[in-house]
Design a protein around this ligand. Structure first.
Ligand code: NAD
Length: 427
C-alpha cells in the first residue's frame, strides 16, 4: 500500500511541475485524470482503513468493559452462593426447610421495584432471579437430602424395588434412616422386617394396595406409623385406619420418580390418625424441599378425578384420534404454531410413558370412570352445533365458559405466554 501512496505523491509533484512550466499536453491530462481517480480510490481505501482501526480500538475497549462486568457478575453470584451456604448450614442446624415462599416472593417483588426504578424490564429481572433462586434451592435440596429428622429410625418400604418405592428408599437411606424393603418375594420374612419398625410406607400398584395393607397389618407394632403413596386416597386411607390402630397418614406425591430432587414438588397429604405422631414424616418431606398440601381423602380424590384422570384421558383421546386419522405428525409440526407444539409436547409425553401407570390412574375408581364417561357424552352436545353450522351458539357457549373461568383466564394467558416464549427461545 505504501507503493501506491508514493506513486500518488509522485504524480501530484508531476502535475505541479507541469503547471509551473505552463506545458500540459492532452495525453498527459488524461494520464493525470486517471492517476487522480486512482488517488481518490486510494484515499477512500485509506479512510476506510483508518475508520476500521478506530472501530476496532473502540469496540475492543467496550468489549473489555463488558467482560469486566461479566467477571464481576460471576464473582458476585459466587459470593451470593457462599452466603447461601451459610444459610444452608444454619437451616441444617435447626432442621428448617429449604424453600421459604414468603422470602422468595418478597425478594422478587423488591427486585421488580428496583428494576422499574432503574428503567429495566421487571419481567427480565424476575426471570433472571428465578433462575438464580432455583439453582440455589436445588443446591440446598441436595445438601438437605442428607438431613434426617429422625436418623436411625427404621423404615419399611413395601414395594421398595418399584419406581416410587425405590425413589423413597434412596431419600430415606441418604438421610440416615435404616431402610428395609418388602417385595413380592420376601413375604416369608415379613415378621422380621416389621420388627421395631417406626414407619411402614406402602408403595405397591393401586390394584393390590388394599390387600397389601390388610396383609401387613397383623405384623405392625402398635405405635408404628403406617402411610401409603397411592394416587387415590379414600379407600387406602380407610383400609389403613381399619386394620391399624396406630398413627396413619396418606401421601400422594404429585410427580414422577424421575425428579432428581423434591425441590418445590407437591405432596398431597390426607391425615388419618394421631397427627402429632405423623408430624415428623411431614417435616422430613418439607426438609427435602417438598411442598405439602393437605386435604381430606374424599376431596383429594375428587380433585384428582379432574387434575389427573380427566386431563390424561382427554390427552389419550386426542392422541388416539390423531393416530386413527393417520395425521402426518412431522409435517404438522413443520407448520406448528407454538401453542400446537406445546399441546403436542403434552400428548407425545403421555405416550412416551408407561401405559400401566396411566391405566391405574384412569381406571382407579368407579366414580372416576363415571366422570370420564360424562365427559365423553358431553362432547356429543357439540355435534348438533357443528351440523347446524351454528356459529352463534358456539360464541354463546364460548362466552359462558369464559365467564365461568373468570380472572383465571388472564392468569392462564400470562403463564402460557411465558411458557410459549420459553419454547420459542429453545426451538
Ligand atoms: P411399580 O409397579 O413401579 O412398583 C410397584 C412395586 O410393588 C413393584 O416393585 C412390585 O414388584 C411391588 N409389588 C407388587 N405387589 C407386591 C406385594 N404384594 N408385596 C410387595 N411388593 C409388591 O409402581 P409405582 O409406579 O412405583 O407405584 C407405586 C405406588 O406409587 C402406587 O400406589 C402409585 O399410585 C403411587 N404413585 C406412583 C407415581 C409414579 O409416577 N410412578 C406417582 C405418584 C404415586
Amino acid at each position: 500500500m505504501s507503493d501506491k501512496i508514493e506513486k500518488h505523491r509522485q504524480s501530484q509533484l508531476k502535475i505541479e511541475d507541469e503547471f509551473k512550466i505552463g506545458h500540459i499536453d492532452h495525453g498527459s491530462i488524461e494520464l493525470q485524470n486517471e492517476l487522480c481517480g486512482q488517488n481518490e480510490n486510494e484515499l477512500h481505501d485509506q479512510n476506510e482503513l483508518n475508520d476500521k482501526s478506530e472501530f476496532d480500538t473502540e469496540i475492543k475497549e467496550l468489549r473489555n468493559r463488558i467482560d469486566d462486568i461479566d467477571e464481576q457478575i460471576l464473582k458476585l453470584i459466587s459470593k451470593r452462593f457462599s452466603e447461601v451456604q451459610k444459610v444452608v448450614a444454619l437451616k441444617k442446624k435447626h432442621n428448617m426447610p429449604v424453600f421459604h415462599p414468603a422470602r422468595e416472593e418478597d425478594l422478587i417483588s423488591r427486585l421488580r421495584d428496583q428494576a422499574q426504578k432503574s428503567d429495566m424490564d421487571p419481567d427480565f429481572i424476575e426471570e433472571l432471579y428465578r433462575v438464580i433462586l432455583r439453582n440455589s434451592r436445588l443446591h440446598q435440596s441436595v445438601e438437605m437430602k442428607q438431613q434426617g429428622i429422625r436418623p436411625g429410625s427404621k423404615v419399611l418400604i413395601v414395594g421398595g424395588y418399584g419406581q416410587m418405592g425405590s425413589y423413597f428408599v434412596w431419600f430415606f437411606t441418604t438421610s440416615g434412616y435404616e431402610v428395609r424393603i418388602l417385595s413380592e418375594n420376601n413375604w416369608d420374612k415379613v415378621q422380621e422386617l416389621c420388627m421395631d419398625i417406626d414407619l411402614v410406607l406402602i408403595s405397591v400398584p393401586i390394584d393390590v394396595t388394599l390387600e397389601t395393607i390388610s396383609r401387613i397389618a397383623p405384623h405392625l407394632p402398635p405405635n408404628a406409623l403406617l402411610a401409603d403413596l397411592t394416587s387415590v386416597k379414600t379407600a387406602p386411607l380407610n383400609e389403613m385406619l381399619k386394620v391399624h390402630s396406630g398413627p396413619v397418614i396418606g401421601l400422594h406425591p404429585l410427580f414422577g420418580p424421575t425428579c432428581t430432587t423434591l425441590d418445590k414438588q407437591i405432596i398431597a397429604i390426607t391425615p388419618g390418625r394421631k397427627p402429632r405422631e405423623c408430624q415428623w414424616l411431614i417435616d422430613q418431606l418439607i426438609l427435602w424441599g417438598a411442598i405439602i398440601v393437605s386435604s381430606d381423602a374424599k376431596e383429594h380424590d375428587h380433585i384428582m378425578d379432574i387434575v389427573q384422570a380427566l386431563r390424561h384421558f382427554a390427552t389419550f383421546c386426542f392422541g388416539q384420534f390423531l393416530s386413527k386419522h393417520k395425521i402426518e405428525l412431522s409435517r404438522t409440526l413443520e407448520f406448528s404454531s407454538p401453542i400446537y407444539r406445546l399441546e403436542m409436547g403434552m400428548v407425545g409425553r403421555l405416550f412416551a410413558q408407561d401405559s400401566s401407570l396411566y391405566s391405574e390412574i384412569i381406571f382407579a375408581t368407579p366414580s372416576r370412570r363415571k366422570i370420564l364417561k360424562e365427559f365423553l357424552l358431553s362432547l356429543n352436545e357439540q355435534i348438533e352445533m357443528l351440523d347446524n353450522n351454528d356459529k352463534v351458539l358456539f360464541m354463546e357457549r364460548f362466552s359462558q365458559t369464559a365467564k365461568w373461568f373468570g380472572p383465571f383466564s388472564e392468569q392462564a394467558l400470562r403463564e402460557s405466554t411465558f411458557i410459549i416464549n420459553k419454547l420459542i427461545e429453545r426451538f
